[in-house]
Design a binder for this molecule. Structure first.
Ligand SMILES: Cc1ncc(COP(=O)(O)O)c(C=O)c1O
Ligand SMILES: N[C@@H](CCOP(=O)(O)O)C(=O)O
Length: 461
Protein backbone atom coordinates (compact mmCIF):
# COMPACT_ATOMS: atom_id res chain seq x y z
CA UNK A 1 0.00 0.00 0.00
CA UNK A 2 1.43 3.36 -1.07
CA UNK A 3 0.61 6.79 0.34
CA UNK A 4 0.39 9.95 -1.79
CA UNK A 5 0.12 13.63 -0.89
CA UNK A 6 -3.07 15.65 -1.34
CA UNK A 7 -0.97 18.28 -3.12
CA UNK A 8 0.52 15.79 -5.57
CA UNK A 9 4.15 16.89 -5.36
CA UNK A 10 5.73 14.88 -2.51
CA UNK A 11 7.44 11.50 -2.53
CA UNK A 12 5.19 8.41 -2.51
CA UNK A 13 5.72 6.61 0.82
CA UNK A 14 4.99 3.30 2.54
CA UNK A 15 2.75 3.18 5.62
CA UNK A 16 5.74 3.15 7.98
CA UNK A 17 7.37 6.09 6.20
CA UNK A 18 4.13 8.11 6.12
CA UNK A 19 3.61 7.48 9.85
CA UNK A 20 7.08 8.80 10.72
CA UNK A 21 6.93 11.69 8.22
CA UNK A 22 3.83 13.60 9.31
CA UNK A 23 3.15 16.44 6.90
CA UNK A 24 4.12 15.75 3.28
CA UNK A 25 7.03 17.82 2.00
CA UNK A 26 4.76 19.70 -0.41
CA UNK A 27 2.64 20.83 2.57
CA UNK A 28 -0.10 18.26 1.86
CA UNK A 29 -1.48 15.33 3.84
CA UNK A 30 -0.78 11.69 3.06
CA UNK A 31 -3.68 9.47 1.97
CA UNK A 32 -3.70 5.86 0.73
CA UNK A 33 -3.34 5.54 -3.04
CA UNK A 34 -6.38 3.24 -2.99
CA UNK A 35 -8.82 2.40 -0.20
CA UNK A 36 -9.09 -1.35 0.43
CA UNK A 37 -12.68 -2.60 0.30
CA UNK A 38 -14.01 -5.20 2.75
CA UNK A 39 -16.62 -7.63 1.41
CA UNK A 40 -20.01 -8.07 3.06
CA UNK A 41 -18.95 -11.43 4.52
CA UNK A 42 -15.75 -9.97 5.97
CA UNK A 43 -17.73 -7.18 7.63
CA UNK A 44 -20.37 -9.61 8.91
CA UNK A 45 -17.59 -11.72 10.44
CA UNK A 46 -16.54 -8.77 12.65
CA UNK A 47 -19.74 -9.06 14.70
CA UNK A 48 -19.04 -10.45 18.16
CA UNK A 49 -15.25 -10.03 17.86
CA UNK A 50 -13.23 -8.10 20.44
CA UNK A 51 -12.38 -4.47 19.69
CA UNK A 52 -8.74 -5.53 19.28
CA UNK A 53 -9.60 -8.19 16.68
CA UNK A 54 -11.75 -5.74 14.72
CA UNK A 55 -8.86 -3.25 14.85
CA UNK A 56 -6.49 -5.87 13.43
CA UNK A 57 -8.78 -6.88 10.57
CA UNK A 58 -9.75 -3.32 9.59
CA UNK A 59 -6.25 -1.80 9.70
CA UNK A 60 -4.09 -4.70 8.50
CA UNK A 61 -4.56 -4.05 4.73
CA UNK A 62 -3.13 -0.53 5.13
CA UNK A 63 0.15 -1.53 6.74
CA UNK A 64 2.08 -3.27 3.96
CA UNK A 65 5.19 -4.87 5.42
CA UNK A 66 5.67 -2.37 8.27
CA UNK A 67 4.88 -4.96 10.98
CA UNK A 68 4.34 -8.72 10.92
CA UNK A 69 0.85 -9.88 11.86
CA UNK A 70 2.10 -11.06 15.26
CA UNK A 71 3.87 -7.77 15.93
CA UNK A 72 0.79 -5.79 14.96
CA UNK A 73 -1.52 -7.89 17.13
CA UNK A 74 0.89 -7.36 20.06
CA UNK A 75 0.93 -3.58 19.55
CA UNK A 76 -2.88 -3.42 19.40
CA UNK A 77 -3.18 -5.48 22.58
CA UNK A 78 -0.82 -3.13 24.46
CA UNK A 79 -2.54 -0.02 23.08
CA UNK A 80 -5.99 -0.86 24.45
CA UNK A 81 -5.02 -2.74 27.63
CA UNK A 82 -5.23 0.46 29.70
CA UNK A 83 -8.79 1.36 28.69
CA UNK A 84 -11.34 1.48 31.47
CA UNK A 85 -14.10 -0.47 29.67
CA UNK A 86 -13.93 -4.04 28.39
CA UNK A 87 -15.76 -3.07 25.18
CA UNK A 88 -13.28 -0.17 24.68
CA UNK A 89 -15.98 1.80 22.76
CA UNK A 90 -19.35 0.88 24.31
CA UNK A 91 -22.70 1.89 22.83
CA UNK A 92 -25.39 3.38 25.05
CA UNK A 93 -28.96 3.85 23.85
CA UNK A 94 -30.33 7.40 24.13
CA UNK A 95 -33.69 6.95 22.40
CA UNK A 96 -35.67 4.64 20.11
CA UNK A 97 -33.21 4.92 17.23
CA UNK A 98 -30.36 6.94 18.69
CA UNK A 99 -27.16 5.56 20.25
CA UNK A 100 -24.13 7.15 21.85
CA UNK A 101 -20.69 5.71 21.14
CA UNK A 102 -18.66 6.38 24.29
CA UNK A 103 -15.11 7.06 23.16
CA UNK A 104 -13.84 8.42 26.46
CA UNK A 105 -12.73 5.32 28.40
CA UNK A 106 -9.05 5.69 27.46
CA UNK A 107 -6.31 7.04 29.77
CA UNK A 108 -6.90 10.75 29.01
CA UNK A 109 -10.69 10.55 28.71
CA UNK A 110 -11.11 11.55 25.05
CA UNK A 111 -11.41 9.75 21.71
CA UNK A 112 -7.86 10.77 20.88
CA UNK A 113 -6.60 7.87 23.03
CA UNK A 114 -7.86 5.33 20.49
CA UNK A 115 -5.37 6.46 17.89
CA UNK A 116 -2.69 7.96 20.11
CA UNK A 117 -2.19 4.86 22.26
CA UNK A 118 -1.77 2.79 19.12
CA UNK A 119 0.55 5.13 17.24
CA UNK A 120 2.58 5.48 20.44
CA UNK A 121 3.11 1.72 20.30
CA UNK A 122 3.73 1.66 16.54
CA UNK A 123 6.18 4.58 16.53
CA UNK A 124 8.10 3.16 19.46
CA UNK A 125 8.39 -0.21 17.73
CA UNK A 126 9.60 1.50 14.53
CA UNK A 127 12.16 3.58 16.48
CA UNK A 128 13.52 0.53 18.28
CA UNK A 129 14.08 -1.08 14.87
CA UNK A 130 15.68 2.02 13.29
CA UNK A 131 17.60 3.25 16.35
CA UNK A 132 16.44 6.79 15.50
CA UNK A 133 15.49 9.63 17.82
CA UNK A 134 12.59 11.95 16.89
CA UNK A 135 11.03 15.23 17.99
CA UNK A 136 7.25 15.29 17.99
CA UNK A 137 5.63 18.71 17.77
CA UNK A 138 1.85 18.88 18.00
CA UNK A 139 -0.91 21.46 18.20
CA UNK A 140 -3.87 20.96 20.47
CA UNK A 141 -7.14 22.56 21.41
CA UNK A 142 -6.92 20.40 24.52
CA UNK A 143 -7.30 16.68 23.90
CA UNK A 144 -4.67 15.66 21.34
CA UNK A 145 -1.96 17.17 23.54
CA UNK A 146 -2.72 15.24 26.69
CA UNK A 147 -3.24 12.02 24.72
CA UNK A 148 0.14 12.48 23.01
CA UNK A 149 1.94 13.18 26.27
CA UNK A 150 0.36 10.13 27.85
CA UNK A 151 1.38 7.93 24.92
CA UNK A 152 5.01 9.11 24.73
CA UNK A 153 5.97 10.30 28.21
CA UNK A 154 9.18 8.86 29.60
CA UNK A 155 10.43 7.39 26.31
CA UNK A 156 14.16 7.74 25.76
CA UNK A 157 14.10 8.30 21.98
CA UNK A 158 11.28 10.86 21.70
CA UNK A 159 10.76 14.47 22.81
CA UNK A 160 7.19 15.79 22.67
CA UNK A 161 6.33 19.51 22.40
CA UNK A 162 2.66 20.45 22.57
CA UNK A 163 1.45 23.91 21.55
CA UNK A 164 -1.88 24.86 23.10
CA UNK A 165 -3.78 28.18 23.01
CA UNK A 166 -3.09 29.97 26.29
CA UNK A 167 -6.27 30.39 28.36
CA UNK A 168 -8.47 28.58 25.82
CA UNK A 169 -8.44 24.99 27.09
CA UNK A 170 -10.31 23.73 30.14
CA UNK A 171 -8.42 23.59 33.43
CA UNK A 172 -8.53 19.79 33.45
CA UNK A 173 -7.13 19.68 29.90
CA UNK A 174 -4.37 22.15 30.83
CA UNK A 175 -3.40 20.23 33.94
CA UNK A 176 -3.32 16.96 32.00
CA UNK A 177 -0.62 18.57 29.84
CA UNK A 178 1.27 20.53 32.49
CA UNK A 179 1.49 17.97 35.28
CA UNK A 180 3.35 15.01 33.73
CA UNK A 181 6.77 15.08 35.41
CA UNK A 182 8.75 13.29 32.68
CA UNK A 183 11.50 15.48 31.19
CA UNK A 184 10.74 14.52 27.56
CA UNK A 185 7.28 16.19 27.45
CA UNK A 186 6.96 19.94 27.10
CA UNK A 187 3.76 22.00 27.35
CA UNK A 188 3.95 25.32 25.46
CA UNK A 189 1.16 27.84 26.08
CA UNK A 190 0.96 29.97 22.94
CA UNK A 191 -0.51 33.46 22.82
CA UNK A 192 -3.00 32.70 20.08
CA UNK A 193 -5.81 30.33 19.14
CA UNK A 194 -5.71 26.70 17.99
CA UNK A 195 -5.45 27.75 14.33
CA UNK A 196 -2.28 29.69 15.22
CA UNK A 197 -0.83 26.64 17.00
CA UNK A 198 -1.62 24.36 14.07
CA UNK A 199 -0.22 26.88 11.58
CA UNK A 200 3.07 27.11 13.52
CA UNK A 201 3.36 23.30 13.58
CA UNK A 202 2.85 23.20 9.81
CA UNK A 203 5.39 26.05 9.43
CA UNK A 204 7.93 23.91 11.29
CA UNK A 205 7.31 21.03 8.88
CA UNK A 206 7.68 23.39 5.91
CA UNK A 207 11.05 24.66 7.20
CA UNK A 208 13.13 21.77 5.89
CA UNK A 209 16.36 22.76 7.66
CA UNK A 210 14.56 22.73 11.01
CA UNK A 211 12.46 19.68 10.17
CA UNK A 212 15.44 17.56 9.16
CA UNK A 213 17.68 19.00 11.88
CA UNK A 214 15.43 17.97 14.77
CA UNK A 215 13.99 14.91 12.93
CA UNK A 216 10.46 16.28 13.23
CA UNK A 217 7.45 13.96 13.48
CA UNK A 218 3.75 14.71 13.91
CA UNK A 219 0.97 13.09 15.88
CA UNK A 220 -1.87 15.39 14.95
CA UNK A 221 -4.34 13.99 12.45
CA UNK A 222 -1.87 15.25 9.85
CA UNK A 223 -0.55 11.74 10.46
CA UNK A 224 -2.51 9.17 8.43
CA UNK A 225 -2.03 6.54 11.17
CA UNK A 226 -4.15 8.72 13.49
CA UNK A 227 -7.06 8.72 11.06
CA UNK A 228 -6.72 5.02 10.32
CA UNK A 229 -6.96 3.96 13.97
CA UNK A 230 -10.19 5.97 14.26
CA UNK A 231 -11.81 4.04 11.36
CA UNK A 232 -12.05 1.00 13.62
CA UNK A 233 -14.78 2.21 15.97
CA UNK A 234 -17.12 2.98 13.08
CA UNK A 235 -16.91 -0.73 12.23
CA UNK A 236 -17.25 -1.94 15.84
CA UNK A 237 -20.34 0.24 16.41
CA UNK A 238 -22.00 -0.51 13.08
CA UNK A 239 -21.65 -4.30 13.31
CA UNK A 240 -23.08 -4.19 16.84
CA UNK A 241 -26.17 -2.54 15.33
CA UNK A 242 -26.59 -5.03 12.48
CA UNK A 243 -24.22 -3.91 9.72
CA UNK A 244 -23.63 -4.99 7.02
CA UNK A 245 -27.23 -6.25 6.85
CA UNK A 246 -28.54 -2.92 8.10
CA UNK A 247 -27.25 0.58 7.32
CA UNK A 248 -26.21 2.83 10.21
CA UNK A 249 -25.82 6.63 10.38
CA UNK A 250 -23.21 8.58 12.35
CA UNK A 251 -23.09 12.14 13.68
CA UNK A 252 -19.62 13.40 14.54
CA UNK A 253 -18.75 16.50 16.61
CA UNK A 254 -16.21 18.07 14.29
CA UNK A 255 -13.30 20.49 14.46
CA UNK A 256 -10.22 19.40 12.54
CA UNK A 257 -12.29 16.94 10.43
CA UNK A 258 -10.11 13.92 11.34
CA UNK A 259 -12.75 11.89 13.14
CA UNK A 260 -15.44 12.30 10.49
CA UNK A 261 -12.90 11.67 7.75
CA UNK A 262 -12.27 8.31 9.43
CA UNK A 263 -16.02 7.63 9.05
CA UNK A 264 -15.79 8.56 5.38
CA UNK A 265 -12.96 6.03 4.96
CA UNK A 266 -15.05 3.37 6.74
CA UNK A 267 -17.83 3.98 4.23
CA UNK A 268 -15.41 3.77 1.30
CA UNK A 269 -14.20 0.47 2.74
CA UNK A 270 -17.72 -0.90 2.32
CA UNK A 271 -19.37 -0.17 5.68
CA UNK A 272 -23.01 0.73 4.96
CA UNK A 273 -23.18 4.23 6.44
CA UNK A 274 -26.36 5.97 5.41
CA UNK A 275 -25.79 9.48 6.76
CA UNK A 276 -22.49 10.93 7.90
CA UNK A 277 -23.29 14.15 9.70
CA UNK A 278 -20.83 16.95 10.49
CA UNK A 279 -21.78 18.64 13.79
CA UNK A 280 -20.10 21.97 14.54
CA UNK A 281 -20.28 24.39 17.44
CA UNK A 282 -20.45 28.16 16.82
CA UNK A 283 -17.14 27.83 14.95
CA UNK A 284 -19.21 26.61 12.05
CA UNK A 285 -16.99 27.03 9.01
CA UNK A 286 -17.70 23.45 7.88
CA UNK A 287 -21.48 23.80 8.17
CA UNK A 288 -21.34 27.14 6.36
CA UNK A 289 -19.12 25.66 3.64
CA UNK A 290 -21.50 22.75 3.09
CA UNK A 291 -24.48 25.09 2.85
CA UNK A 292 -22.99 27.96 0.85
CA UNK A 293 -20.02 26.46 -0.98
CA UNK A 294 -17.74 29.17 0.46
CA UNK A 295 -14.97 27.96 2.78
CA UNK A 296 -14.01 31.20 4.50
CA UNK A 297 -12.43 31.69 7.94
CA UNK A 298 -13.87 34.41 10.15
CA UNK A 299 -11.81 34.03 13.34
CA UNK A 300 -12.12 31.53 16.16
CA UNK A 301 -14.80 32.36 18.78
CA UNK A 302 -14.14 30.70 22.17
CA UNK A 303 -16.98 28.35 23.13
CA UNK A 304 -17.95 25.94 25.91
CA UNK A 305 -16.82 23.10 23.61
CA UNK A 306 -13.26 24.44 23.30
CA UNK A 307 -11.71 21.40 21.63
CA UNK A 308 -13.76 22.26 18.54
CA UNK A 309 -12.78 25.94 18.47
CA UNK A 310 -11.15 25.53 15.08
CA UNK A 311 -11.63 27.32 11.77
CA UNK A 312 -8.85 25.96 9.59
CA UNK A 313 -9.94 22.35 9.55
CA UNK A 314 -6.86 20.41 8.55
CA UNK A 315 -8.39 17.17 7.26
CA UNK A 316 -10.97 18.91 5.09
CA UNK A 317 -8.06 18.99 2.65
CA UNK A 318 -8.25 15.19 2.43
CA UNK A 319 -11.97 15.36 1.57
CA UNK A 320 -11.33 18.11 -1.00
CA UNK A 321 -8.65 15.95 -2.62
CA UNK A 322 -11.27 13.29 -3.38
CA UNK A 323 -13.95 15.86 -4.24
CA UNK A 324 -11.61 17.40 -6.84
CA UNK A 325 -10.92 14.01 -8.43
CA UNK A 326 -7.58 13.62 -6.64
CA UNK A 327 -6.15 16.65 -8.44
CA UNK A 328 -3.22 17.68 -6.21
CA UNK A 329 -2.55 20.92 -8.11
CA UNK A 330 -6.17 22.03 -7.61
CA UNK A 331 -5.93 21.32 -3.87
CA UNK A 332 -2.62 23.21 -3.63
CA UNK A 333 -4.31 26.21 -5.29
CA UNK A 334 -7.24 26.08 -2.80
CA UNK A 335 -4.87 25.90 0.16
CA UNK A 336 -2.95 28.92 -1.17
CA UNK A 337 -6.28 30.83 -1.37
CA UNK A 338 -7.12 29.71 2.19
CA UNK A 339 -4.00 31.49 3.45
CA UNK A 340 -5.60 34.67 2.10
CA UNK A 341 -8.92 33.98 3.86
CA UNK A 342 -10.85 31.35 1.95
CA UNK A 343 -12.03 29.88 -1.33
CA UNK A 344 -15.15 28.90 -3.26
CA UNK A 345 -15.69 25.14 -3.64
CA UNK A 346 -16.38 24.24 -7.28
CA UNK A 347 -19.91 23.07 -8.10
CA UNK A 348 -18.80 19.51 -8.92
CA UNK A 349 -16.80 19.17 -5.71
CA UNK A 350 -19.63 20.63 -3.65
CA UNK A 351 -22.08 18.12 -5.11
CA UNK A 352 -19.72 15.28 -4.19
CA UNK A 353 -19.32 16.64 -0.63
CA UNK A 354 -23.08 17.11 -0.21
CA UNK A 355 -23.71 13.57 -1.45
CA UNK A 356 -21.26 12.34 1.21
CA UNK A 357 -21.87 14.52 4.27
CA UNK A 358 -24.84 16.22 5.91
CA UNK A 359 -24.13 19.02 8.39
CA UNK A 360 -25.55 21.04 11.23
CA UNK A 361 -24.51 23.56 13.86
CA UNK A 362 -25.25 23.88 17.56
CA UNK A 363 -25.21 27.22 19.39
CA UNK A 364 -23.91 27.72 22.94
CA UNK A 365 -27.47 27.85 24.33
CA UNK A 366 -28.43 24.67 22.46
CA UNK A 367 -25.34 22.90 23.82
CA UNK A 368 -26.37 23.73 27.39
CA UNK A 369 -30.00 22.74 26.74
CA UNK A 370 -28.91 19.42 25.21
CA UNK A 371 -26.71 18.49 28.19
CA UNK A 372 -29.63 19.26 30.50
CA UNK A 373 -32.33 17.52 28.44
CA UNK A 374 -30.25 14.40 27.73
CA UNK A 375 -29.44 13.98 31.40
CA UNK A 376 -33.08 14.42 32.38
CA UNK A 377 -34.31 11.95 29.75
CA UNK A 378 -31.61 9.27 29.92
CA UNK A 379 -29.30 9.87 32.90
CA UNK A 380 -26.33 10.20 30.50
CA UNK A 381 -23.99 13.10 31.28
CA UNK A 382 -22.64 14.55 28.04
CA UNK A 383 -19.51 16.61 27.57
CA UNK A 384 -20.26 19.80 25.61
CA UNK A 385 -18.71 18.40 22.38
CA UNK A 386 -20.84 15.28 22.56
CA UNK A 387 -23.86 17.52 23.24
CA UNK A 388 -23.16 19.37 19.99
CA UNK A 389 -23.26 15.97 18.29
CA UNK A 390 -26.47 14.85 20.00
CA UNK A 391 -28.32 18.06 19.10
CA UNK A 392 -27.36 17.85 15.42
CA UNK A 393 -28.06 14.09 15.36
CA UNK A 394 -31.58 14.69 16.64
CA UNK A 395 -32.21 16.82 13.54
CA UNK A 396 -31.00 13.98 11.33
CA UNK A 397 -32.75 10.90 12.75
CA UNK A 398 -34.18 8.53 10.15
CA UNK A 399 -34.83 4.85 9.59
CA UNK A 400 -31.22 3.76 10.04
CA UNK A 401 -30.01 3.76 13.66
CA UNK A 402 -28.12 6.96 14.42
CA UNK A 403 -24.85 6.77 16.37
CA UNK A 404 -23.51 9.98 17.89
CA UNK A 405 -19.84 9.96 18.82
CA UNK A 406 -19.30 10.95 22.48
CA UNK A 407 -15.80 12.31 22.09
CA UNK A 408 -14.81 13.25 25.65
CA UNK A 409 -15.64 12.51 29.27
CA UNK A 410 -17.82 15.21 30.89
CA UNK A 411 -15.33 15.59 33.77
CA UNK A 412 -12.86 17.23 31.36
CA UNK A 413 -15.29 20.18 31.11
CA UNK A 414 -16.78 20.49 34.60
CA UNK A 415 -17.66 24.21 34.33
CA UNK A 416 -19.76 23.73 31.19
CA UNK A 417 -21.48 20.65 32.62
CA UNK A 418 -22.14 22.34 35.97
CA UNK A 419 -23.52 25.36 34.11
CA UNK A 420 -26.03 23.07 32.40
CA UNK A 421 -26.92 20.61 35.17
CA UNK A 422 -25.93 22.27 38.42
CA UNK A 423 -23.58 19.46 39.45
CA UNK A 424 -19.89 18.93 38.70
CA UNK A 425 -18.95 15.57 37.16
CA UNK A 426 -16.15 13.83 39.10
CA UNK A 427 -12.84 12.78 37.59
CA UNK A 428 -12.07 9.05 37.75
CA UNK A 429 -10.28 8.03 40.96
CA UNK A 430 -6.88 7.63 39.24
CA UNK A 431 -6.97 11.37 38.44
CA UNK A 432 -8.41 12.54 41.73
CA UNK A 433 -5.17 14.39 42.66
CA UNK A 434 -4.88 16.21 39.30
CA UNK A 435 -5.45 19.58 40.94
CA UNK A 436 -2.76 18.95 43.57
CA UNK A 437 0.03 18.07 41.14
CA UNK A 438 2.61 20.78 40.31
CA UNK A 439 2.29 22.37 36.86
CA UNK A 440 5.13 22.96 34.41
CA UNK A 441 4.65 24.96 31.21
CA UNK A 442 6.28 27.67 29.13
CA UNK A 443 4.37 30.68 27.85
CA UNK A 444 5.44 31.54 24.28
CA UNK A 445 4.52 34.20 21.72
CA UNK A 446 2.81 33.07 18.54
CA UNK A 447 6.14 33.27 16.79
CA UNK A 448 7.81 30.56 14.72
CA UNK A 449 11.41 31.53 15.54
CA UNK A 450 10.68 31.65 19.30
CA UNK A 451 9.05 28.23 19.21
CA UNK A 452 11.82 26.70 17.15
CA UNK A 453 14.41 28.12 19.55
CA UNK A 454 12.69 26.41 22.50
CA UNK A 455 12.56 23.08 20.68
CA UNK A 456 16.22 23.26 19.65
CA UNK A 457 17.38 24.33 23.09
CA UNK A 458 15.40 21.66 24.96
CA UNK A 459 16.43 18.74 22.77
CA UNK A 460 20.10 19.78 23.04
CA UNK A 461 19.98 19.40 26.85
C1 LIG B 1 -13.62 16.33 22.56
C2 LIG B 1 -13.47 16.57 21.11
N1 LIG B 1 -14.55 16.43 20.33
C3 LIG B 1 -14.47 16.63 19.00
C4 LIG B 1 -13.30 17.01 18.39
C5 LIG B 1 -13.29 17.19 16.92
O1 LIG B 1 -12.57 16.14 16.29
P1 LIG B 1 -11.89 16.37 14.91
O2 LIG B 1 -10.87 17.41 15.07
O3 LIG B 1 -11.29 15.06 14.55
O4 LIG B 1 -12.96 16.81 13.98
C6 LIG B 1 -12.15 17.19 19.18
C7 LIG B 1 -10.85 17.61 18.65
O5 LIG B 1 -10.54 17.62 17.56
C8 LIG B 1 -12.24 16.92 20.56
O6 LIG B 1 -11.15 17.01 21.31
N1 LIG C 1 -9.46 18.97 19.03
C1 LIG C 1 -8.10 18.63 18.80
C2 LIG C 1 -7.45 19.48 17.77
C3 LIG C 1 -6.31 18.78 17.08
O1 LIG C 1 -6.85 17.79 16.26
P1 LIG C 1 -6.05 16.60 15.62
O2 LIG C 1 -7.06 15.52 15.53
O3 LIG C 1 -5.54 17.07 14.33
O4 LIG C 1 -4.91 16.20 16.51
C4 LIG C 1 -7.40 18.63 20.14
O5 LIG C 1 -8.04 18.33 21.12
O6 LIG C 1 -6.25 18.93 20.24
Amino acid sequence: MNYISTRGAAPVLSFGEAMMTGLARDGGLYVPEAVPVMGKDEIAALAGQSYEEIAFRVMRPYLGGTFTDDEFRGLIAKAYAGFGHAARAPLVQLGPNHFLLELFHGPTLAFKDFAMQLIGQMMQAALVKSGERITIVGATSGDTGSAAMEAFRGLANVDVFILFPHGRVSEVQRRQMTTPSEANVHALAVDGDFDDCQARVKDMFNDFAFRDGVRLAGVNSINWARVLAQVVYYFSAAVSLGAPHRAVSFTVPTGNFGDIFAGYIARRMGLPIEKLVIATNQNDILDRAMKSGAYRTDGVRPSISPSMDIQVSSNFERALFDAYGRDGAAVAQLMAELKAGGFAISQGALEMLRATFASGRCSEEETVATIRATHAATGEVLCPHSAVGVKVAEENLGVAPMVTLATAHPAKFPDAVEGAMGTRPALPARMADLFDRPERMTRVANDLAALQAIVRERIAR
